[in-house]
Every structure is written in structure tokens, then in C-alpha cells.
Design a protein around this ligand. Structure first.
Ligand code: URA
Length: 219
């Protein structure tokens, strides 16, 4: 795998082309478009939702309906836009009638999601709702219990901070859930900062009497 941002972006584009005619699960028969994902191919922050809905299926882009508008608003609240983050889903094709993703569909699609994470190399992966959270954490614990609690995870062969959030579509019609989602979202800048290059440790206060350098932690 290429390592520079430009090489990783090229590989992401190659993956995009590869999946355009995917027939790995039955959803290919009813989809209009494969919804690959969109945003900054070198983003520090990646969101993973559930599956395309009607509008996403029509336009071939993730989160372009009502839930997407809320996602944009939440992002604006922390000073970010779509062009700075990457947004993808567990499934790239719309389940008919927006039903829940099925196990065989998730299994068919998950390899592509992991490849996206490996190519984008985000520092923080925010999972939106139960399906993305359970898939990427590898644990069955539901979103109600784990939202807002960051956890270390290894994804795409790299260590990332996994940050489960309520799904914006669920928060649209439940004011109490929206409040929680806003509060959880507000911690994202801190989490992104936390994963930034570790700062040099603060210099130790000069000792009153000279001490061996090893005691000062210099070696
Ligand atoms: N809900 C999702 O989970 N993903 C989308 O892309 C749109 C709505």
C-alpha cells in the first residue's frame, strides 16, 4: 500500500472504481448507485454511518438527506465542514425500504470499509449508531451504553480512537437524544487534539542543586 497521502488517495480512487459494479450481496439488484463515501481522503476524522437511504441512493453520496443536514450542522458547530472529514457507511448500497442491514450484507461490505479506513488513516473514527459501532468495536454493546465513550481500536492495521455517537437520523425526532449527540460531538476537537503528535514532555523544573541528567529524565 502506498504511504504518501497522494498514493493513498489514488488507491482510494481505484477502490471507488472497483466497487462501482459490485455484486457481492443481493442489494446490488435494487440499488441505483453505490454510495462509496465522500470527503477528504486524508482526513483525521472519519464518520461511519449505517447505510444509504433514498436520497443517498439517488445521488450516490452519503448523508445528503435530513440526517445529513443535521450532520452538517453538528460539524459546523465544531468549526468543521464536509471537505475536512470523510463520511462512509457500513453498507454502500441501500437496503430496500431502509430496513436494517443484514448480516450477510455487512459481511460482504465490511472489507471495503476496512480498506477505506486503512487508506484514509484517520485518527478518530466516529461511528454513527448501532451498526457501525458494533461492527468497528467488534463488541455487541449497544450505542445507548457506549455513546460518548472513546475507545482505542485497531482498524486497518492502525491504532485509532473509536468514538461512538448516536445516529443523527435517530436524534432528528428525539430532542433528548439530540442534546446528548450535541454534547458528545462537542468533545471531538479534544479527541482530535489528543491524538495529535504527542507534545514534548514539559521540562522538569530546574533542581535547586545539580543532579545527574538521568534523574532529570534527559536520557
Ligand atoms: N443514514 C446513514 O446511515 N447513512 C447515510 O448515508 C444516510 C443516512
Amino acid at each position: 500500500m502506498g504511504t504518501s497521502a497522494a498514493e493513498r488517495r489514488d488507491e482510494l480512487i481505484a477502490l471507488y472504481r472497483e466497487v462501482q459494479h459490485c455484486q457481492k450481496c443481493p442489494l446490488h439488484a435494487t440499488r441505483t448507485n453505490v454510495v462509496f463515501g465522500s470527503g477528504n481522503a486524508d482526513a483525521d476524522l472519519m464518520f461511519v454511518g449505517e447505510a444509504p437511504g433514498h436520497h443517498e441512493d439517488q445521488q450516490g453520496k452519503p448523508f445528503v438527506g435530513q440526517a445529513g443536514k443535521l450532520l452538517d450542522k453538528l460539524l459546523a458547530g465544531i468549526g468543521l465542514g464536509r471537505e475536512q472529514v470523510y463520511v462512509a457507511n457500513v453498507l454502500m448500497c441501500r437496503p430496500p425500504g431502509n430496513r436494517d442491514p443484514q448480516a450477510d450484507e455487512i459481511e460482504a461490505c465490511e472489507g471495503f470499509l476496512f480498506r477505506k479506513v486503512a487508506l484514509i488513516q484517520p485518527k478518530v473514527v466516529a461511528t454513527l449508531g448501532n451498526f457501525a459501532t458494533k461492527l468497528l468495536s467488534g463488541k455487541p454493546t449497544g450505542i445507548t451504553r457506549v455513546h460518548g465513550a472513546e475507545q482505542e481500536a485497531t482498524l486497518g492495521g492502525r491504532s485509532v480512537l473509536l468514538y461512538p455517537l448516536y445516529h443523527p437520523a435517530a436524534a432528528l425526532y428525539t430532542p433528548a437524544m439530540l442534546k446528548v449527540l450535541e454534547a458528545d460531538f462537542a468533545r471531538l476537537p479534544e479527541l482530535l487534539g489528543r491524538t495529535a503528535e504527542e507534545p514534548e514532555p514539559a521540562p522538569m523544573r530546574a533542581p535547586l542543586a545539580p543532579e545527574p541528567a538521568v534523574q532529570l529524565g534527559l536520557f
